[in-house]
Design a protein around this ligand. Structure first.
Ligand code: GLA
Length: 459
């Protein structure tokens, strides 16, 4: 990508915006470090179309990358330290010596700790004892804490930067797996969707992401509709709260309880998909098993320990994570029911996209709506503002609308027939943003039509 002349031959707004962002980033880098960057790296955010909170249970998800991304300008330096700066003045500079152990403070999830997760992931993968010094300036356009994976994009960008600076090379799949694992240093036990789509995305395509082994398959979205993202303007930083890990723990316990009830070795099984695999059952059969084995009332610790034949100490050390030690009640029935039904909706969504029936838009919209209801009622990962926004999107012409990403705030994704997009945008703008000064101030970055972009790359 040449930075000395604007891209006159390209009509893509994206290329022009990127060109000017790269220019600004280059100037900021030169001002900060007194020299030009040697290379740039970029990792996109994502929108998940369907398949929420099931990747960490071992099930496939269906995201696509978005145009908003994390961009870094980098030079290798001889100072023996990693120097990090951000274009956004809210995010303070940070520097760490290459000879120190990289420490990530989980109780204080600052922006640079996400970067350091990526550095640590590459360092550990290659067993690098002497990381090269790097000077970096980061620029992000993924709205933070909005469910569009700003944190994973930063981890992926850092992984890519560290790999390149240390002259290593990895496949995209390996990078995605490393970045999924190392993001857990920040404390959240995510499942790998965000890092996988950031590395494996391709222009114009959504992907079915399968795990164990990681694999991405193209999903051709129907031509007659677009996906519109709208932010409910409630921020949710999943590393700063325990909501996310509580769900991970509940699914882990549910998997063990189902395994135990069917006489499987439950000490080995930690994912709901593993239990299905062992039982060689269909998703419908797994849902029936949930109905038969689990009860809708919340479980307390004693009941779980008794059923699994473990002590409270084992319960705390083997099943709970460090930020869920305080939890006393677990809704196993609701969480497992969501996971198995959502896993089935993902497969149906893919099937409709592949088979292109005449009523494809209606079928896909219905699946998205069912997904939202399940997230709201069974998984309890929505919030009143997000529910209100989803309702408004449906009233404004969307055929399907649902929360996307971790939830408890952040964005909704809506499928809108092409001919209704203008009316839809006007109605949502007026009905959700303009009547509230705080939301009105955020509207420009909060309501947009997605443009199916490509994944991580260098310039
Ligand atoms: C976060 C996690 C993902 C996934 C989603 C919910 O984005 O990082 O792995 O679990 O939440 O679907």
């Amino acid at each position: 990508c040449r930075l000395d002349t604007p891209p006159v031959s390209s009509t893509s707004v994206f290329v022009h915006i990127l060109y000017y962002r790269l220019q600004a980033l280059k100037s900021a880098f030169e001002k900060k470090y007194g020299d030009s960057p040697q290379f740039y790296a970029c990792a996109p955010g994502r929108v998940n179309l369907i398949g929420e909170h099931i990747d960490y249970c071992g099930y496939s998800v269906l995201p696509m990358a978005i145009e908003q991304n994390i961009l870094a300008a980098v030079s290798v330096n001889k100072s023996g330290s990693i120097k990090l700066a951000n274009i956004n003045p809210l995010y303070k500079d940070y520097s760490v010596s290459c000879s120190e152990d990289i420490a990530i403070d989980r109780d204080n999830p600052k922006w640079y700790y996400y970067f350091l997760c990526g550095v640590k992931g590459i360092q550990e993968n290659f067993g690098i004892t002497n990381l090269v010094g790097m000077s970096c300036v980061v620029d992000g356009t993924v709205p933070p804490s909005s469910g569009l994976s700003s944190s994973s994009a930063l981890v992926c960008c850092a992984g890519l930067v560290t790999m390149e600076a240390n002259q290593k090379s990895l496949s995209k799949v390996a990078l995605a797996e490393i970045c999924a694992k190392c993001e857990r240093y920040i404390g959240t036990e995510g499942g790998g969707m965000d890092q996988s789509i950031s590395f494996l995305a391709e222009c114009g395509k959504a992907k079915l992401i399968e795990f164990n082994p990681l694999c991405a398959t193209d999903v051709k979205l129907p031509a007659g509709a677009v996906f519109v993202i709208s932010n409910c303007c409630v921020e949710m930083n999943k590393a700063a709260s325990s909501h996310f890990n509580i769900r991970v723990v509940e699914c882990r316990i549910a998997a063990k309880m189902l395994a135990q009830a069917r006489g499987l070795d439950c000490s080995r099984l930690v994912k709901l998909a593993q239990v299905q695999g062992e039982l060689e059952a269909s998703l419908d059969e797994m849902e029936a098993l949930v109905e038969e084995v689990l009860h809708p009332e919340p479980y307390n610790r004693e009941e779980i320990c008794k059923a699994l034949g473990i002590t409270t100490a084992q319960f705390c050390s083997e099943l709970l994570s460090s930020n869920t030690q305080h939890v006393t009640h677990f809704r196993l029935y609701q969480r497992a029911k969501h996971v198995y039904s959502e896993a089935r909706r993902v497969l149906r969504f893919k099937h409709v996209c592949d088979s292109e029936p005449a009523d494809a838009l209606k079928l896909l919209g219905d699946l998205m709506n069912q997904s939202h209801s399940s997230c709201r009622d069974l998984y309890e990962c929505s919030c009143p503002e997000l529910d209100q926004l989803v309702e408004l999107c449906l009233k404004s012409g969307a055929v399907g609308s649902r929360l996307t990403g971790a939830g408890w705030g952040g964005c909704a994704v809506s499928m809108v027939p092409v001919e209704k997009v203008d009316v839809f945008l006007k109605a949502v703008r007026e009905g959700y943003y303009l009547n509230d000064p705080r939301r009105a101030a955020m509207e420009k970055q909060s309501l947009f039509v997605t443009n199916r972009r490509r994944g991580c790359h260098f310039y």
